[in-house]
Every structure is written in structure tokens, then in C-alpha cells.
Design a protein around this ligand. Sequence first.
Ligand SMILES: [Zn+2]
Length: 237
Amino acid sequence: MGLVKSQEVLAAEQRAREQSAMELMAQGAITVNLSPRQQLAYDGAVRYASEIDARERAHYEQLPAQIVAENQRVIADLNAGKLYLANDRGDASRTIHFASCPSVRHQVDRDLAHRFELEHAGTVEGSWHTGPGNDYVAKWPNLMTLDEVEQLRAYRACQRCNPDTKERQKYVASSPKPSKLTSVTPEHIGREYQTLAGEYLGVLESYVVNRDLIVLHCSERDYRGTHDSLITLLPKQ
Ligand SMILES: [Zn+2]
């Protein structure tokens, strides 16, 4: 004869499936007997979570004022004649845009830059917006005057906004022709490399190819870039 569960038990099981164990613990629906050490760790975790929550709230509270200040900084840069934007490309070279280029609007317009945060204020958990490397907040627009742009050792002009820089593509003079990182093969182990900016990387010891990233382990330092990044193979001695 099979065991029949009461409606009460079935409802509790359904609730348990729908709710997380943490929630049920908080409601007292699940009680766990913890050892003093476990209790200490649990309390620590709860305290840590509430500290994160407080940091989140503080961040969202000051965000509108932060955006106003950032827009003012951008406007001050533009008024100072910094009408060009230089974006890093993961190598020594940079892409130069007019500050008005549509492809950098999400950087120059700080309301747009923080739009994801504003739309998700309070709904995204964790301190994802603090610290470097998050994809949601557009990076700061690195604005420059044309003189400053021309002082860069290497750059590439954006093909969309076509800024009036002296050259479409500027490489360090007298360096051998750069090639893509994807051109590195096992035969190049032992050869010397330098960056487009002319920084000597030393002898290639090994390299790693990932889906989006290539890392060259060289004797002076490691070099990482995308499959489109450029690198200069020095001539054999
Ligand atoms: Zn552009």
C-alpha cells in the first residue's frame, strides 16, 4: 500500500520547490541546528550580505548626482577643445573618433552610459557595478585635442566618423610591418617581438590561443590581445 501525503505536506513541498532554502530559513520554515562555529560563519555571511545591500543603496542614492558631475566633466573637456576620443583596442594602438561619433555616444553621454544601472536600480544583486571590468557601465570617454592625438605613437582613425587626423593609420616609424596575433605559429617560438608602440617584449617562449584572446608569453613580459590585435615580429639577427 502506497503512502499518501496530506495536502498540507504537498503544499509545503511545492512551496519549498518555489522558494529558495535561504528564504525559508529566514521565515523560520526550515530550522537548522548549527554548531557554534557554523553559527558564527552563518552570521558573518548574513552580515556581509547586508553590508553589500547598504553599499548598493548608497551607490544608487548618489548615482544621479554622479551622472550630473560626469556630464559636467565631459562638457568641460569639450569646451577645452578636446573634441576627439581615443579608445584602447587591447594593443598599443587606439581608435580615434570625433566625440560626436554615434559609435561612442554611449561613452560621451553619461546618462546613456549609466542607463543599464538606472533601469535596473535595486533589482540587480551583488556589487556588479563596482570594480573594474564590468560590461554594463560604458567606459569613461578619453577625450583629447587633435594635438594630443597626433602625439600618440600609433592610432587608427574610425571608419565611421572619419576624423580629420593626419593619418588613417599611424604606426611607429621604422618598425617592421606589424602582423596579426593569429599569425603566430610554433615556428615563431624563440623569435623576438615588440608592440606597435615599440616596446620590446623579448623572446617568445610559448603562447595560448583562446576563443577571444591570444596571450604571448615572452621573456620580458606577457602580451595579450584579441585575434585582430597587431604585433611586430623583429627580423632574425
Ligand atoms: Zn567614430
